[in-house]
Design a protein around this ligand. Structure first.
Ligand SMILES: [Zn+2]
Length: 296
């Protein structure tokens, strides 16, 4: 990584630690935000002022990232009939021109139950790779979006994870569902902006060695195995660093019992990875799986 790019990454990371807004520009480029500190509770939307040239802000990025508890999810055909909401579909379709402008080159496939989007985010200028997102957006308010991120170049594809991805399918966890940072029917551009910022945080983790900003990791085994001491703790008191917060109590627990409990309840002894249908599509760009196969 070029020093200038790394400096930008560090600057945005420091801002995230201080609850300051980065900004997302067309093409999914993330830049440092204003220096004014905005205080808000995770999940709440601030009244931060937009400037004209700024297309959109990921205003609720402070919503801590946490993988969803997906022990009941699988990549198998749903036995339940999804409720298709035509107004939801119209909502999404009405935004597609703006999506094309915000994320040029976005490809869209329509299915009866929802739409697939394939988009690219530059994330940082001169990063040398793009974050490619494949997103399933259902037309049912009862189903959540499901998306996967990949670092792509002209010769390589690499899944982005496993930090802050869901079990077991490795899909993106960029916000807490219960925070309502993004919910069914909300702006697709905002969703893609949140993903662009999620990818930037992933790159920060790789290059700088820590996840920047607040996060939610409520399970002690997860915290022990994933969090660095100098990252924000994932507990409810997440304005403290892990080394100064829950690490000592996490270490004092019965770690084997914790690990077994965690794997039984959340991970089902599976490692996170995208389903073959998804990785096949990303590499071959031929056949997309039916959205109805997404069981939530
Ligand atoms: Zn803690």
């Amino acid at each position: 990584m070029q020093p200038k790019t790394k400096n930008t990454l560090q600057e945005i990371g420091l801002q995230l630690d201080r609850n300051q807004f980065p900004r997302v520009y067309n093409g999914g480029i993330v830049k440092p935000g204003d220096t004014a500190i905005v205080s808000l509770t995770p999940g709440k939307v601030s009244n931060h002022v937009k400037q004209r040239q700024r297309r959109s802000e990921t205003r609720s990025w402070q919503g801590a990232t946490r993988r969803q508890r997906t022990s009941n999810r699988s990549w198998t055909p749903s036995r339940t009939t999804s409720f298709i909401c035509s107004s939801l579909r119209k909502n999404y379709e009405a935004e597609l021109d703006a999506v094309q402008e915000a994320y040029p080159g976005t490809k869209i496939w329509h299915q009866e139950e929802g739409m697939w989007l394939l988009t690219e985010s530059l994330v940082l200028p001169e990063l040398g790779k793009k974050a490619t997102f494949l997103c399933a957006i259902p037309y049912s308010p009862m189903l959540s979006v499901r998306s996967w991120g990949f670092w792509t170049t002209s010769i390589s594809i690499e899944w982005i994870g496993p930090r802050h991805t869901n079990f077991p399918d490795g899909s993106i966890c960029a916000f807490e569902i219960q925070d309502k940072t993004w919910k069914s029917g909300d702006s697709i551009i905002k969703l893609l902006d949140l993903y662009s910022l999620w990818a930037l945080r992933q790159e920060h983790l790789r290059e700088i060695g820590r996840w920047p900003g607040r996060q939610s990791v409520h399970n002690s085994h997860e915290r022990l195995t994933e969090l660095r001491d100098n990252e924000y703790c994932g507990c409810a008191l997440s304005d403290r660093l892990y080394g100064d917060c829950c690490k000592r109590s996490d270490l004092s627990r019965n770690q084997l019992a914790n690990a077994i409990e965690f794997w039984i309840h959340f991970a089902r002894q599976q490692h996170r990875k995208p389903p073959h249908a998804i990785t096949n599509f990303i590499s071959e760009r031929k056949t997309l799986p039916p959205i109805k196969n997404l069981l939530l």
